[in-house]
Design a protein around this ligand. Structure first.
Ligand code: ADP
Length: 261
């Protein structure tokens, strides 16, 4: 039951009674559970055929290249790229489902923050054509976190920076030490975010409304998932932005202090 109490006041603001409402929310809870279950099963079921189609497109592309039919091979390569996008969307839905049912798993390990970020950016740089990426490292410290999840957050921030800023503009990644935290910042020179939206962009499904929605594809889940991951790892995530000139997305993680035994 959900209980609410509301005082009844006369025109002089004097309380002359109280309304007490008890709403049975068990039906709502049940519907919410059904929705979560459906989301989980549906995204899982979508994943299986997509994985299978992807395997076939990769074989097909290789065959076509081998036969010298580059035009068809390029078309299949484009299909493969779109399948990656589809897989990304399905994975986001699965992650949201796991977050909401408390099943998002973490495998934390100790690692050097700067070295890990350097390595991740090295692996990602292949997909960043068009933008100039500059890097500044000053967080030579140990953290205790799930490397794959941190990679997911970094990828997300970089993909957003790429998506919401003009090609060939600069994206700056920096790491710093602030007190007992390492802080990572991804700065872009893109469209920026209006002050009234800066808190809400971390909510699930929130996207800045307007024409933008037609220009930039997405489900509005990336930042929600990223913020949840960082929160679970003991850090926090925030943004500083000026509409029209760019955004800086930050996340912090606690520095691992060595325990003496
Ligand atoms: P998506 O990009 O799929 O819409 P996100 O959760 O990653 O979802 O982002 C939520 C919203 O925040 C976006 O729709 C966009 O309006 C805004 N946003 C995110 N990153 C940036 C950025 N680097 N510059 C400007 N706006 C951004």
């Amino acid at each position: 039951f959900n209980f609410t109490f509301k005082p009844l006041k006369d025109k002089d603001e004097k309380v002359y009674g109280i309304v007490h409402a008890a709403v049975d929310i068990s039906r709502l809870v049940q519907l919410q559970r059904q929705k979560d279950e459906f989301l989980g099963v549906a995204s899982h079921e979508l994943k299986t055929p997509v994985t299978s189609i992807k395997a076939y497109t990769q074989v097909l592309e290789r065959i076509l290249r081998g036969e010298g039919d580059l035009r068809k091979a390029d078309m299949v390569a484009k299909m493969d790229k779109q399948l990656d996008r589809l897989t990304g969307l399905i994975n986001d839905l699965l992650d949201v489902n796991k977050i909401q049912s408390g099943r998002l798993r973490f495998n934390p390990e100790e690692f050097n923050f700067d070295s890990a970020i350097i390595q991740m950016l090295d692996e990602l740089s292949l997909t960043m054509h068009g933008h100039k990426i500059s890097i500044d490292y000053q967080a030579d410290a140990l953290v205790y976190a799930d490397r794959e999840r941190i990679r997911q957050v970094l990828t997300n921030l970089l993909n957003n920076a790429i998506k919401y800023s003009p090609a060939s503009s600069e994206i700056r990644v920096s790491t710093t030490l602030a007190g007992h935290d390492v802080v990572l910042c991804v700065r872009d020179e893109g469209i920026g975010i209006a002050p009234e939206h800066t808190e809400r962009i971390f909510e699930q499904f929130f996207r800045v409304a307007g024409d933008l929605q037609h220009t930039f594809p997405g489900l509005g889940l990336g930042l929600y998932i990223s913020a949840q991951i960082i929160r679970t790892e003991g850090g926090r995530m925030w943004v500083e932005s000026t509409e029209g000139s760019g955004s800086s997305f930050f996340f912090s993680l606690p520095v691992r202090t060595p325990t003496l035994h």
